[in-house]
Design a protein around this ligand. Structure first.
Ligand code: NAD
Length: 320
């Protein structure tokens, strides 16, 4: 009942243009998503792969161009599964089954048998479009091609899947499933459609993230979508407050944590997200809207230049 209501509500916001363009494309029901591919085994990709293997109980081909990232990611997945076993949230057998569903690979070609791909490489427009042009060739013609981008236009990413503007097939299968960090914990997933996205793709993506135990919310393809359009200027303003001496890092985090009942302050949150990701999103908001209110804080730029990217590099606003 609940999911019917959610789907009904979500459908009302679906783009009329896409409905007209794609009235009868081949659909792939979420139940038919039997194998997932994830590109990028960093903090988001690993989390997405793990949750799909655990909740949707399907095999996941996990691709990265760095063996070190794959090793690090899988070690982290094992650590999380061990923790679940220790807390009796999972049996040892179930944890082993989940781990066995994760198949690491260094080759995009291994996506040739998946039904759904989720890309989670760094927030660099040219890198994302290059990956999409390749996976559109490699993945089966029915596969949904999803991105986890935090801010880049889905319409632009979809356009990279074909050289022919009249060929609507591959772009119609592109969508964003924007998972939140940390993926095993956060329930919300933003579903963002490009101009080309078909209704079947939307339905399949919504049903699939629900199978993963997540709660979808729709957003238009607008810079930053909903979550980061609201969150990033808040984090950026906190950095400006630090930079201009309005408050110390502890006071900024303390007043927001204890004054607005969020689990952590904005500077700690920025360290968890990754300062490179925060800067990339602010740059997209600034460039795409041309609005000076989205100008990235000078200190944020300097910290990224210094390689102080937050928790993942061992130093950000705090030390790890
Ligand atoms: P990350 O830096 O932790 O991981 C990126 C991974 O991609 C790395 O393992 C890297 O080796 C790999 N990679 C780089 N180039 C590649 C290539 N050509 N082929 C295959 N793998 C490649 O980044 P992340 O924080 O996981 O972010 C990934 C995406 O998710 C970004 O688009 C980001 O904006 C988005 N996102 C991040 C967060 C967050 O809180 N970090 C939240 C929501 C969405």
């Amino acid at each position: 009942m609940f999911s019917t209501l959610v789907r009904g509500g979500l459908r009302r916001h679906s783009p009329a243009i896409a409905r007209c363009l794609f009235s009868s494309s081949a659909s792939l029901a979420a139940a038919e998503v039997k194998k997932l591919g994830v590109v990028g085994a960093g903090q988001m990709g690993l989390g997405i792969a793990l949750v799909a293997a655990q909740k949707a109980e399907i095999p996941v081909t996990l691709i990265d161009n760095s063996q070190e990232s794959l090793d690090k990611g899988l070690k982290f997945a094992e650590k999380l599964l061990d923790k679940d076993v220790a807390k009796e949230r999972l049996t040892r057998e179930a944890a082993t089954a989940v781990r066995d569903r994760l198949k690491p690979s260094l080759k995009l070609e291994d996506l040739s048998d998946v039904d759904f791909v989720i890309e989670a490489v760094p927030e660099i427009p040219d890198l994302k479009t290059s990956i999409f042009s390749q996976i559109a060739q490699i993945a089966p013609k029915h596969a949904i091609l999803a991105t986890n981008t935090s801010s880049i236009s889905i319409t632009k990413i979809a356009a990279a899947t074909t050289n022919d503007p009249k060929d609507l097939q591959a772009p119609s299968r592109v969508i964003s499933t924007h998972f939140m960090n940390p993926v095993p914990v956060q329930k919300g997933v933003e579903i963002i459609t490009g101009l080309q996205t078909s209704q079947e793709t939307i339905d399949t993506a919504i049903a699939f993230v629900q199978r993963m135990g997540k709660i979808p919310a729709r957003s238009a393809d607008s810079p930053g979508f909903l979550a980061n359009r609201i969150l990033m200027p808040y984090i950026n303003e906190a950095i400006i407050c630090l930079e201009t001496g309005v408050g110390s890092r502890e006071d900024i985090d303390s007043i927001m944590k204890h004054g607005t009942n969020v689990p952590m302050g904005p500077l700690t949150l920025a360290d968890f997200i990754g300062l490179d990701t925060c800067l990339a999103i602010m740059n997209v908001l600034h460039q795409e809207t041309g609005d000076s209110k989205y100008r990235p804080a000078g200190l944020l730029k300097k910290m990224v230049d210094a390689g102080w990217l937050g928790k993942k590099s061992g130093k950000g606003f705090y030390e790890y």
